[in-house]
Design a protein around this ligand. Sequence first.
Ligand code: KG4
Ligand code: ZN
Length: 363
Amino acid sequence: METSCDETAVSIVEGRGDFSHTQTRFSCLSDVRVLSHVVESQTSHKPFGGVVPEVAARDHLAKIDEIARQALAQSGLKISDIDGVAVTYGPGLIGALMVGVLYAQGVAVGLGKPLFGVNHVDAHLAPALLLSSFNPAADVGCWLKTPSLEFPSLALTVSGGHCILSELRSPVDRSILGTTLDDACGEAFDKVAKLLGFDYPGGPEVEVRAKKVGKSRYKFASTLQDKSLPTHFSFSGLKTAVLEVVRKETGTFRGKISGASLSDEIKNELCYAFQEAAVGQLADRMQNALSERPYIKRIFVAGGVAANARFRERFEQFGIPLHFAPLKLCSDNATMIALDALLRLNRGEDAKPFPRYQEGLKL
Ligand code: KG4
Ligand code: ZN
């Protein structure tokens, strides 16, 4: 179950393989099947141009039971067939999280089954690790072979709230190499979109508009000035650079700035230049991490922004096997939460309702 932000989601997932963990075999999950995948994105935030925490919590409360029942019906299972319940315990909006956690606790206690508390940011990577492709229309109910993996690898999670580069020693052991110093990458996409008058979340529209023009009269710097932080990220300067252009183009130098009245041509070219710089920074940080680590075997990429086609294209350059999360599992969903719990079960971990936040992870 996932209710950390503005998606109410419930999935039912089954794993098959050897769940007895040994030192040498870090993942023995051979197949997984998603028996149901239900995601409802809240629309009540639209007029506010961003997610309103109180509205999110109330919407989850109104919907969670209905969504859970839909997921159970889609799976064709009885509630007593469920072996355990996994739920996002953080990070996220506290009111929104409480709805999911308390609902999941109720189900687990009622069934007498274990409750897994899952870290949302860790979970974004689970689909990249366990599924090479997933199309809900065709794949729900089918057994899917898990890819064979090699470690050490690098992982990049780029979402609306986080931008984290880490080194993976196994699917569940990681050390963080860098995070964002200010805005997350998806947040910067959304803020630029808002400045140009697009609906929230604006990332997808920025991508569509950038593709329409394929070039730009503007150019923004993509790298951090501070060379002592080669694997960290910063997007607030880039966001301000876009704001400065909008100021000039609209001739507004004080008060509230909006680029909504600019021509489509200018808006599209701003989207192109912003996207090139944002994606360029992600590629640049990845290159820095790889240069210091010649032993890296693979790259895993996940999170809402990983749906961006230009991002995927830029990452082809490294010549290292790339595992992007399947498109339909990039943005928030509950399949990734269940898959993360399966990975941890596979690793021999016990169910813990509220594991401590990972040391060093920015929340
Ligand atoms: O992972 P996610 O669904 O939620 C969080 O955990 O934050 O990520 C949502 C973010 C939003 O900022 C959204 O604008 C961005 O992912 N996003 C995109 C694209 N699709 C979603 N950003 C750029 N290009 C896209 N195609
Ligand atoms: Zn997320």
